[in-house]
Design a protein around this ligand. Sequence first.
Ligand SMILES: [Zn+2]
Length: 83
Amino acid sequence: MTAFCAALRDTRLLPLTLIELAAAAVGSVYREVADAHCGDQPCPCGWHPRLQADLEALQAAIALSATPILQGDLVRMPVLGRA
Ligand SMILES: [Zn+2]
């Protein structure tokens, strides 16, 4: 949030424009990683990109993270302190 606010202040872009740029960066990282797993000498880890399924997973992750947290939802509450 600190970096986001600093970027807003420094660029004077609209918040959604900055978020779209962040999403574009994530998409670009995905593309580079996917490309590293294709071709003549792919990464040996065994993962094979599946564009449609991978995009659905990314979109679902964004939607889950962007959805307001309902009060009482222990799964999504931030951890405070230690027990
Ligand atoms: Zn790999």
